[in-house]
Design a binder for this molecule. Structure first.
Ligand SMILES: NC(=O)c1ccc[n+]([C@@H]2O[C@H](COP(=O)([O-])OP(=O)(O)OC[C@H]3O[C@@H](n4cnc5c(N)ncnc54)[C@H](OP(=O)(O)O)[C@@H]3O)[C@@H](O)[C@H]2O)c1
Length: 296
């Protein structure tokens, strides 16, 4: 079995790494905040003291980090992955980054003789725990095929799109719809709130209607119950919206709805909702409508 390294044990990375450990792969992990590695240690993973040590112990290294600058930070430097690796290794970057950033990362590690798959995911912390994520892959097809088994420990739906950067592009297409749907739901609920409607009843009606996607089904109870503990932190959706806009500009694709949603998320993040679930964009809309964000 391939020796696997995992860097980035946040909300998503920790349960994904746990599924690799449970799948029987020899696993070495690292996280900047060391305390988040405890659950992995309990499952028999080796906890490294640097990304360099992870690379030295592994044949394949998975990164699940906040953004491209975090990926860059763990790749480079005296303690970075590249300092500990060898030609022939594979980097699977599962973080959400832009296609341009993904291609830049692939080209940087190719300079050290590594191969790269961009393999961002759809599905949040629930599917990450259950090992049922969707994984959107870009890179060499034979590298993807050779690592199917590892990916299958984390995801149930694997999609190969083409060269490096194409998995990252597919991920932005997904999140574009996710952000727009939740922004629409939040606006509808804010309008209902200001009109004095019973939001619980409005939520029930929405859930019985054709707009009740799985995503809307998950977010209605959070909005009605004002429970915004993060499954997907708003600051990360804000980052993704920026990546969509940049990619649209690069390709000459106007994204007018995404532009408006990005501005709304910029306001929500600036007003302190960045660490809450992205459905907390509802609280931002309440504030903008002159309503209290306190329940009741
Ligand atoms: N949450 C979701 O539902 C979801 C779904 C699909 C995709 N994603 C994407 O998956 C990625 C991870 O998301 P998450 O929800 O797991 O985020 P998270 O809980 O905020 O975790 C982020 C991880 O990145 C690390 N990190 C951040 N900056 C770093 C740096 N400069 N150097 C080293 N490590 C750094 C953090 O380390 P510390 O622990 O030390 O802070 C942590 O391990 C993001 O790209 C996100 O957009 C998330």
């Amino acid at each position: 079995m391939q020796r696997v390294g995992f860097v980035g044990l946040g909300l998503m990375g920790a349960p994904m790494a746990e599924n690799i450990a449970r799948g029987g792969f020899p696993l070495t992990v690292f996280n900047r905040t060391a305390s988040k590695a405890r659950s992995l240690e309990a499952l028999g993973a080796k906890v490294a003291s640097s990304p360099k040590e992870v690379a030295a112990a592994s044949q394949v290294v998975i990164t699940m980090l906040a953004d491209a600058s975090a990926v860059e930070a763990v790749l480079t430097g005296a303690d970075g992955l590249l300092a500990g690796g060898r030609p022939g290794m594979v980097l699977m970057d599962m973080s959400t980054v832009s296609p341009a950033q993904s291609r830049r990362i692939a080209s940087e590690v190719a300079g050290h003789g590594w191969m790269t798959l961009d393999a961002p995911v759809f599905g949040s912390t629930g599917p990450a725990k259950e090992g049922t994520l969707g994984i959107l892959v870009g890179g060499e097809k034979d590298v993807f095929e050779a690592h199917r088994e590892i990916l299958s420990k984390m995801g149930k739906h694997l999609y190969y799109f083409g060269p490096n950067g194409s998995g990252a592009t597919a991920k932005l297409c997904f999140n574009l719809m996710v952000a727009a749907q939740v922004a629409g739901l939040a606006e509808a609920m804010a309008l209902g709130a200001k009109s004095g409607l019973d939001l619980d009843l409005l939520g029930q009606a929405i859930l019985a209607s054709p707009v009740a996607s799985t995503l809307v089904q998950r977010k209605v109870p959070l909005i009605v119950g004002r429970d915004f503990a993060a499954a997907f932190p708003l600051k990360h959706m804000h980052k993704d919206l920026g990546l969509m806009i940049d990619t649209g500009h690069e390709l000459g694709v106007p994204l007018p709805v995404t532009g408006e949603v990005h501005e709304l998320f910029t306001a929500a993040k600036a007003c302190g909702h960045g660490d809450q679930d992205f459905a907390a964009v509802f609280l931002q809309l309440l504030q903008m409508a002159g309503l209290s964000t306190n329940p009741g």
